[in-house]
Design a protein around this ligand. Structure first.
Ligand SMILES: Cc1cc2nc3c(=O)[nH]c(=O)nc-3n(C[C@H](O)[C@H](O)[C@H](O)COP(=O)(O)O)c2cc1C
Length: 368
């Protein structure tokens, strides 16, 4: 009898601007030092793009002293993280995630490109001025995060008009499954209209047919195993951005207690909170969220003045998101807010990044 080949096709490379990744996987930036030099370098060494999240990077660094110059400390901490990542991954592709909604957005972009970041991924608002802030290195790939075709079109038109430049890629983040702050309001959440199965093919078709140079579409949210990557590629995406999958790894930069929270989490433990940034956020139901939902006191003092507009600082409503996320990163599971994608409850044990990439390359069943 003729044998049926079960060979798995190699993952395609992903070319964005001047950079070619061996595998089409970008590690999603995870703020307040969940993705810093440890995780970013490990992913870059596996042939993906390793991304340092810049928001409030100084809080768990030697540069930050309460009440002192938080923004200066962020710059120093970012330079240090970029340097360490490059030392650990001399040849890998490394970049940063810069959120439009943070006060030092411009400084984070400028510091990134001046200190070796090869790509800037930018969301939590439309990064309309990104090319201007990144001009010190025209080779840096500029990648906006969008949640609709409309946003992608608007941004491309604006960049062309002002900077004669188009985005090097778009990340589409599926709000129905992604972690952290979500790009739609509560009413729009869980509507299939805003999900990747609907929006990624639209974006891919527009990019192929209407852009002079095809802009690669990267999909983010809910990508866990090789099957999910193959599905994303079949929708027209050229690559994926993955974050939750990398949380329970030895290389992830958070405290072991933070990682254990995912291993302990069960079905039904993922909740939606209202962040002081004015966006919904997805998190694990912990002591923090339970107290928040009861109206009890949680992180009620502005800790870092990090957001451009903040319901905690300006309106004395909500809570300090920097303080809550920082506590979790430090392993304080009583006070900490643990951002997550819907998938993170699938973690059952700690792994190395190299093991996960091996699975993804070879199409092995996820061993979590
Ligand atoms: C703990 C955590 C922190 C995050 N922080 C950021 C961030 O600082 N900036 C950002 O653009 N996205 C952030 N995200 C979103 C991820 O980069 C990614 O796009 C999303 O989580 C993808 O979905 P997945 O987690 O299902 O893979 C965060 C996600 C998680 C889980």
């Amino acid at each position: 009898m003729e044998s049926v080949s079960t060979e798995v096709k190699p993952l395609p490379q992903l070319k964005i601007g001047d950079y070619t990744m061996e595998v089409p996987i970008i590690q999603g930036g995870m703020g307040i030092r969940i993705s810093a030099n440890g995780l970013a370098a490990a992913v870059a060494n596996e042939g993906g793009a390793g991304i340092i999240a810049t928001v409030a990077l100084s809080l768990a660094s030697r540069y930050y002293q309460k009440g002192k110059d938080y923004f200066r400390a962020n710059i120093k901490a970012l330079i240090e993280e970029l340097t360490l990542t490059r030392e650990k991954s001399p040849k890998g592709i490394i970049g940063t995630n810069c959120m439009v909604a943070i006060k030092d957005y411009e400084a984070m972009v400028r510091t990134s490109v001046e200190n070796g970041a090869q790509m800037i991924i930018s969301g939590a608002g439309l990064p309309l001025r990104l090319p201007e802030f990144a001009q010190a290195n025209p080779r840096a790939a500029l990648i906006p995060i969008v949640s609709s075709l409309r946003a992608a079109k608007l941004l491309t038109k604006r960049w062309m008009k002002l900077y004669k430049r188009i985005p090097d890629a778009f990340v589409f983040e599926d709000p129905n499954v992604a972690g952290g702050h979500l790009g739609v309001n509560r009413k729009q959440l869980f509507d299939a209209q805003h999900g990747s199965d609907r929006v990624v093919p639209e974006l891919a078709e527009w990019s192929r047919k209407e852009c002079a140079d095809e802009i690669p579409i990267i999909t983010a949210g809910g990508v866990w195993d090789r099957k999910d990557i193959d599905h994303a590629l079949s929708l027209g995406a050229k690559g994926v951005q993955m974050a939750s999958r990398f949380l329970c790894t030895y290389e992830c930069d958070a405290h072991p207690n933070f990682k254990q929270a995912f291993i302990d989490a069960k079905e039904g433990d993922v909740v939606i909170i209202d962040s002081p940034a004015g966006l919904p956020g997805r998190a694990i139901n912990t002591n923090f969220t339970r107290t928040l939902f009861r109206g009890g006191p949680v992180a009620d003092h502005c800790f870092a003045t990090c957001l451009e507009y903040c319901l905690c600082r300006e309106e004395k409503e909500a809570f300090c998101v920097a303080a809550a996320l920082h506590s979790a990163q430090q392993g304080d599971m009583t006070k900490g807010l643990v951002f997550t994608g819907t998938n993170a409850i699938r973690h059952t044990k700690m792994m190395h990044i190299s093991e996960i990439f091996n699975e993804l390359r070879l199409g092995l069943p996820a061993c979590s």
